[in-house]
Design a protein around this ligand. Structure first.
Ligand SMILES: NC(=O)c1ccc[n+]([C@@H]2O[C@H](COP(=O)([O-])OP(=O)(O)OC[C@H]3O[C@@H](n4cnc5c(N)ncnc54)[C@H](O)[C@@H]3O)[C@@H](O)[C@H]2O)c1
Length: 362
């Protein structure tokens, strides 16, 4: 099944844009007005993607070849930095990228955030087009306009809301994605399922880690997740309230990752563990029934999302949670579920219960 499969319209604030989901259709996507109308095109491409798909990308350029400039990015998280961005912005000047130019980021969430930040800051903002190449970037980070770089003191500290002009999710790129990176994307889709996207939950239940990688299933998963996330962002672009339900599992997840010094546990594994802990705590608080908690745990298990032997230092996790930037006034607030699909924000979990559940599970 090659070509464009789904087109999803999104709007936020005063801007609206399309999200294209398809397979091996990059050439067609590069024929879109959002691309061809630019005077000069600055591609920020992951070095890994350049190595794996350089020929595919360059063959897709067609008529825009003459005005395309490639800037390769070593896409390690530590390079998603303010200092690295300054270097790229200086390269844009050297190649005479002007206000009639566009930035196209090709890579995972690191490249997407970085390219979006560079585009949003350059000459007070030029358009950005995202070409996400990981499942996480397709279902989550390319949607919603949050772009940021890291400072040495913390992640995503310097950022903007800069909505894309177009998102091109070409499933062909996913063929080379490792199983763990794939699972990191599944975790975000599962999150959407738990906070209100029933169709995604059912799709995950109908499949497993192997079958979900088929073009039909994965295009359905990506487009459902995209529709769900855009529906939230459309109602609350700047995270004044509703959008914070998208943080479900992340307060604990970030604390787990940082308590481990970002070693030996991926972001997706930490968020999945965070979800499992919250599901169990919610069950004990009488917010979820046994049936609902079992349903979620079955999915976490089916896709192998929570690694064994996490061996958490509970006190350390608690300490890191207090520093999470989403918490204010010194309180640790969570997004909880009062039933599957029914999130509510700014909730507390009794500290003793949280520690007990964490110690038992991880
Ligand atoms: N802006 C947002 O709303 C938002 C939301 C969630 C996450 N993020 C950010 O996204 C980043 C994480 O994104 P990610 O999970 O995509 O990680 P990533 O960009 O680090 O990519 C993960 C790994 O996969 C490799 N890779 C990328 N595409 C590949 C492909 N097609 N085949 C093989 N390997 C490939 C990369 O080289 C990298 O090693 C973090 O920086 C996070 O802060 C942003």
């Amino acid at each position: 099944m090659d070509g464009l499969i789904h087109t999803i319209g999104a709007s936020a604030g005063t801007s609206s844009y399309d999200i294209l989901v398809g397979n091996s259709f990059l050439h067609d996507a590069f024929g879109r007005r959002e691309v061809t109308s630019a005077e000069r095109i600055a591609f920020i491409i992951s070095a890994r993607i350049e190595g794996l798909y350089g020929e595919y990308v360059r063959t897709a350029l067609g008529d825009i070849r003459g005005k395309s400039f490639f800037f390769t990015m070593d896409d390690r998280e530590e390079n998603k930095s303010y200092i690295y961005a300054e270097r790229f912005l200086e390269k844009f000047i050297a190649e005479k990228i002007n206000r009639k130019g566009v930035v196209i980021g090709i890579g995972g969430g690191v490249v997407g955030d970085f390219a979006g930040f560079c585009a949003g800051a350059y000459m007070r903002g030029i358009p950005v087009i995202h070409v996400p190449t990981t499942l996480l970037a397709m279902v989550d980070s390319s949607i919603g306009g949050k772009v940021a770089v890291n400072l040495t003191v913390g992640k995503n500290i310097v950022g903007l809301f800069h909505q894309p002009a177009l998102v091109v999710s070409d499933l062909h790129f996913l063929e080379s994605l490792s199983e763990q990176e794939f699972k990191n994307g599944i975790v975000e889709s599962l999150k959407h399922g738990l906070i209100g996207d029933d169709a995604t939950l059912e799709l995950l239940e109908e499949n497993d880690l192997r079958s979900i990688r088929g073009v039909e299933a994965i295009s359905a998963l990506v487009s459902r997740s995209v529709r769900f996330k855009t529906s939230i962002v459309e109602r609350d672009e700047r995270e004044a309230g509703l959008r914070s339900i998208l943080n479900f599992g992340h307060t604990l997840g970030h604390a787990i990752e940082s308590s481990k010094g970002y070693r030996g546990v991926s972001h997706g594994q930490a968020v999945a563990a965070g979800m499992q802990i919250k599901i169990e705590a919610s069950r004990r608080m009488g917010l979820l029934t046994d049936y609902e908690a079992n349903r979620v745990n079955a999915l976490l298990k089916r896709y192998g999302l929570v690694p064994g032997g996490l061996d958490l230092d509970v006190e350390m996790v608690m300490r890191h949670m207090e520093f999470d930037k989403k918490n204010f006034g010194g309180e640790v607030n969570f997004v909880l579920l009062k039933g599957i699909g029914k999130p509510f924000i700014n909730q507390r979990i009794p500290v003793d219960l949280l520690k007990r559940v964490m110690a038992e599970i991880c």
